[in-house]
Ligand binder design. Structure first.
Ligand code: SAM
Length: 300
């Protein structure tokens, strides 16, 4: 289902910063005013299709895809040819049953088959600090384990989106550092792979895996301190900044345009500002927009 044709309006920012602006409103409407092929990266975590509705109004799993597709067609239109869409999606149990919704996978199939996006790579966001839930299946009956991973679909408009893993290298492990110091004798591994001397070349870091281990343990950040000082409730489902940093560094260059159409506390805008990317953020809830100012408290 394509998006309804709404009348494009001139976008008026709610707050403006050096590299970008945040806008109050429904993304479905605001997206219509974004120029085609003008955004290098859309990085977002839409409201999840959870069984129990969160305070900011999640869509139920069954209606989720129908709700999301009109946004997706707009995303496809506004991405540059080498642009990327990165979507973080939480999992959900079916109401009253110890079995999972497969909405993230159904959505992925639609995004590729109907909207025409490509799956560049799937990522998994592992949050070791996640609490065990739902209590009925995990803590009481003990028939499921803790769900600590969100899927992250990295989609692209063409098969070759801009990407450079040299910009997101991880520090080498201690054993790799030792190996680099001592040198490596070429030999065959038990798997049959031959490891050549190239393996001992120092590339200034290891290529990261598609499992992003980033705990959501923010407890004393400038954002939280500012919210407390202003007596504002912090956003309940924030990205960790390092999660956003990973994709902004990996998939964009300075000066590129980054959009978060479900911005919440505007972690994406804050990180884009820090990394000198132009950015736009859309958020429907004015309270969250007001509190997002706290992200920039240290920058003002
Ligand atoms: C999971 S939260 C995003 C949190 C964000 N990643 C952060 O770091 O704070 C999703 C947000 O989407 C917003 N939202 C839901 N529907 C929207 C719409 N149609 N247009 C704009 N924002 C919307 C909600 O108010 C909520 O703040």
């Amino acid at each position: 289902m394509k998006s309804k044709q709404l009348t494009p309006q001139k976008l008026i920012p709610y707050f403006s910063y050096q590299y970008g602006d945040i806008y109050l409103g429904d993304s479905q409407q605001l997206l219509q005013s974004v120029e085609s092929s003008s955004v290098n990266l859309i990085l977002t975590s839409p409201p999840f299709a959870l069984t129990r509705k969160k305070e900011y109004g999640n869509e139920s799993a069954s209606k989720y895809i129908e709700w999301f597709l009109p946004f997706a067609y707009e995303f496809q239109r506004i991405l540059t040819a080498d642009g990327s869409l990165v979507l973080e999606l939480g999992g959900a149990y079916l109401p009253g049953l110890p079995v999972r919704s497969i909405y993230q996978y159904e959505l992925l199939v639609k995004l590729c088959n109907d909207v025409g996006l490509y799956l560049a790579q799937e990522f998994y966001h592992y949050n070791s600090a996640r609490l065990p839930a739902p209590a009925e299946w995990v803590n009481i009956r003990r028939i499921r384990v803790k769900d600590a991973v969100n899927v992250v679909w990295w989609l692209s408009k063409t098969p070759y989106p801009k990407a450079d893993n040299r910009k997101v290298l991880k520090p080498y492990s201690d054993s790799m550092q030792l190996l680099l110091q001592k040198g490596y004798k070429p030999k065959k591994r038990p798997s049959g792979h031959k490891i050549s001397t190239h393996f001992s070349k120092n590339n200034n870091g290891a290529i990261p895996p598609n499992l992003l281990e980033i705990a959501n343990t923010e407890s004393n950040s400038a954002y939280l301190r500012c919210c407390k000082a202003k007596n504002i409730k912090p956003h309940p489902a924030r990205f960790p900044e390092s999660f956003v940093e990973f994709f902004v560094n990996f998939l964009t260059d300075e000066g590129d345009m980054v959009l978060d159409p479900f911005a919440g506390s505007n972690t994406t805008g804050k990180v884009a500002e820090k990394l000198k990317r132009r950015w736009m953020s859309f958020e429907i809830n004015e309270v969250y927009i007001k509190s997002s100012q706290c992200r920039f408290a240290d920058a003002r």
